[in-house]
Design a protein around this ligand. Structure first.
Ligand code: PSU
Ligand code: MN
Length: 301
């Protein structure tokens, strides 16, 4: 037994039965959305996962333990707390050894999911290669983690706060398959398109599950980026978002925001300047991803 791991009884019971389990991250709750929509969404996503026959496991660090599966009070805590840090791989030893609380990013959530034996993880958007990375070297640890850890990531593609082209190149270099559901265009979170074609396309959750099983049985370690385009009725046009993104990047530059603060800054700036529309889109696409992830997790078992 891993002394740093604390698995919620409901999740443990599902894992024992070899029933489908879907991991969910907590940075999106603490740093990706405002209260109370963050907690409402986290709860709604868990309910959807259950409705589609899987067990949800929201992951965070709680008093130094890698907690797999949060209760309602804990979800509320991560939604409200102002002083909960964003924990990527680099931050895990510090936060765990000091018995602190932390909201886990895609990278840290994947690692903890893998420790618990969970194979499918649902989020909104992953971190990637930032625009201007040739100068800043700002490349998310989400990508290096995806190279190594056998947990599939269901997302709505890559948000265009990042350099999508370079992120796709990086994923190729690291041998991480990128597969979009049901279309030839690679999606960019708010939009069903990004200007890039998807490297691969599959049309059903069952085919996705078979690809995962095949990859891992081949001994090819690491993740698969499963891109699920946002529902058409919630889509926000690429040109419209691009204006806000350029302004957000300029504001970050001016305020000298960098490192781990950059992604949350850009996300908050965009949310504040696009009003309810982007938040609604964000909520809709995460729910949509939860349904797909649950179907893939079910097919995988
Ligand atoms: N991109 C989004 N929404 C998010 C994040 C990224 O569209 O909430 C969060 C995720 O938790 C992701 C993290 O793992 O930001 C990446 O941060 P960084 O770029 O500092 O690695
Ligand atoms: Mn970074």
């Amino acid at each position: 037994m891993n002394p740093y791991l604390n698995i919620h009884p409901e999740v443990q019971e599902a894992l024992n039965r070899k029933a489908p389990v879907v991991a969910l991250e907590s940075t999106i709750i603490s740093h990706g959305m405002p209260y109370p929509q963050n907690v409402e969404t986290a709860k709604a996503v868990e309910e959807l996962v259950r409705a589609y026959g899987a067990t949800p496991a929201t992951i965070a660090i709680l008093e130094g333990k890698c907690q797999v599966g949060l209760g309602t009070e804990q979800l509320e805590f991560f939604g409200k707390a102002k002083d909960v840090g964003k924990v990527s791989l680099r931050d895990m030893p510090f936060v765990v050894s000091k018995k602190l609380n932390g909201a886990t990013t895609v990278a840290a959530t994947m690692r903890i999911a893998s420790m618990a034996g969970i194979r499918v993880f649902v989020t909104g958007g992953i971190g990637g290669v930032h625009r201007g990375a040739a100068q800043s070297m700002d490349i998310s640890a989400d990508l290096t983690e995806m190279e190594n850890t056998n947990v599939a990531v269901v997302s709505a593609g890559v948000k265009s706060i990042l350099d999508i082209g370079l992120t796709l190149e990086y994923l190729e270099t690291k041998g991480i398959p990128v597969v979009t559901l049901g279309q030839d265009a690679f999606p960019s979170f708010y939009s069903r398109e990004s200007g890039y074609k998807t490297p691969q396309r599959l049309d059903t959750p069952e085919e996705m599950a078979l690809l995962l099983q095949t990859k891992w049985q081949l001994g090819l370690n690491g993740s698969v980026l499963i891109a699920n385009p946002i529902p058409t009725e919630r889509e926000i046009g690429r040109e419209q978002m691009e204006l806000h993104i350029l302004e957000a990047i300029e504001a970050a530059d001016k305020q000298k925001i960098s490192g781990k603060d950059l992604t949350p800054f850009l996300l908050k700036w965009i949310a504040d300047h696009t009003g309810g529309e982007s938040l609604e889109a964000n909520i809709a696409l995460i729910k949509h991803n939860a349904v797909l992830g649950s179907k893939i997790a079910s097919a995988l078992v």
